[in-house]
Design a protein around this ligand. Structure first.
Ligand code: FIX
Ligand code: ZN
Length: 420
């Protein structure tokens, strides 16, 4: 008797990698901007090299006073960073390797160690061409911007109006309102809102009118804030009054999720500017209380400290109105991405969004997503292998379905939006 030779199925990691290469990503949090917003959209080698992650790492080696560095032109800063982190040392940190992955994906020869030839290459490109190539190569369908209604440059652009690029979606960032209300009262009055320091009914209504105006103008997918570790979410605390009396009621009315990026301590070293922020443990108990007290609100939450990750997963098991997302900033390193994704897969299955890029420079989409995919192929591959060992065959279409959910679909579902 003859047996038909069944073709051997490729290893599950290969099947995940194949499915991944066919899955478009919705990047749910970046600091990128619609190209129509002009110079707000950063791209190119000098922006890549002066990313605040690399500035912080350079000062581990630099011997110069902080201010001598910050007064320099961006090009000169980039040269100092390139020499220190790429020429005098091997660029093994995650952010340094990111520059190498990025340049390589753009087809540049990094082994020449020649910054000027890289600069020349970028100088010949247009932003339109670059957006096209980066989105295609990273396989992104869209990226969510971080839009501030308190930034004069942005306000002017939105008020003037522009034709939007559908690949750039928006999110309304309300940090100054939530964290330092008193310091924006004057600004809000100038903008025509009749508000006072006191949160009386009139002021609350006016703040809600302000939020409606911005939601109508930019059509955000969600509202958002980054909170310090010691921020109190208690209902009767002064800290949370704007959040609980203005922002959450507004989000509920508009059906918009509220995103909390929890645990950033701003400016622990003020000399370093944007690179000077650190982290602390946030109270996940407070997040649980928020989800319990506001069951009609939806919360997207990411946490900066490693210690918060397990509790955040457990909290998400308890509250369907809580959606954990991303490996943010200091957790966006391979060892922690593996660890956090494993925790989430094991405790939540597929009901979360494992990553966002937080890209500040367009080109960073290339490395941030490539490095994340390297991890996902292994972590998810391992979960499927274990499942197969338990007797459940996983089909290729099922893998595709799951990846679609992880890379944007679950977020859209949670937000009450249709799949794109
Ligand atoms: O609050 C945020 O959105 C943070 O992501 C930024 O403030 C931070 O500077 C950053 O770029 C982290 O990746
Ligand atoms: Zn961010």
């Amino acid at each position: 008797m003859k047996f038909k030779n069944l073709p051997e199925e490729p290893p599950v990691e290969t099947r995940v990698a194949n499915a991944l290469s066919q899955t478009q990503i919705l990047d749910i949090h970046t600091h990128l901007y619609d190209p129509a917003m002009g110079k707000m959209l950063l791209w190119g080698i000098d922006e890549l090299l002066t990313y605040h992650y690399l500035v912080a790492e350079s000062f581990r080696f630099f011997k110069m006073p902080y201010k001598d560095f910050f007064v320099l032109e961006k090009k000169q800063q980039a040269e100092l960073i390139w020499n220190e982190l790429f020429i005098k040392h091997s660029p093994i940190s995650e952010s340094c390797r990111g520059v190498i992955t990025t340049l390589n994906m753009l087809g540049l020869d990094v082994n020449r160690r020649d910054l000027n030839s890289v600069r020349k290459w970028f100088a010949q490109r247009t932003v339109e061409q670059h957006v096209e190539e980066v989105f295609e190569s990273a396989n992104l369908s869209a990226a969510v911007m971080t839009n501030s209604p308190f930034d004069p440059e942005e306000i002017a652009l939105w008020k003037k109006g522009f034709s939007r690029d559908s690949r750039f979606l928006s999110a309304l960032r309300v940090d100054p309102l939530v964290l330092e209300y008193n310091s924006v009262v004057g600004f809000l009055c100038q903008q025509g809102y009749d508000v006072r320091s006191d949160l009386d009914q009139k002021t609350r209504n006016e703040l809600i009118r302000f939020l409606h105006f911005w939601a109508d103008t930019i059509q955000p997918l969600y509202l958002m804030v980054s909170l310090p570790p010691d921020f109190s979410l208690d209902l009767d605390s002064e800290d949370s009054s704007i959040l609980t009396q203005v922002v959450l009621p507004f989000c509920k009315t508009r059906g918009l999720p509220f995103a909390i990026m929890a645990g950033v301590t701003r400016s622990v070293n003020p000399h370093l500017g944007l690179a000077g922020d650190s982290l602390g443990c946030f109270s996940i108990e407070a997040i649980e209380k928020l989800c319990r007290t506001f069951p009609d609100n939806k919360f997207l939450v990411t946490a900066l400290s490693r210690e918060n990750q397990h509790h955040l997963c457990v909290a998400s098991r308890k509250f369907p109105n809580l959606h954990p997302f991303g490996c943010w900033w200091f957790t966006n390193i391979p060892s922690l991405i593996d660890e956090i994704s494993n925790l989430r897969f094991e405790l939540l299955g597929l009901s979360f969004t494992p990553q966002h890029s937080d890209a500040r420079v367009l080109d960073q989409l290339l490395y941030k997503w490539t490095h994340f995919k390297e991890s996902l192929i292994l972590t998810l591959g391992e979960k499927y292998s274990a499942l197969e060992a338990s007797g459940w065959d996983v089909g290729d279409e099922e893998i595709k379905r799951d990846l679609k959910g992880l890379l944007g679909g679950e977020f859209l579902q949670f937000s009450g939006r249709s799949l794109i």
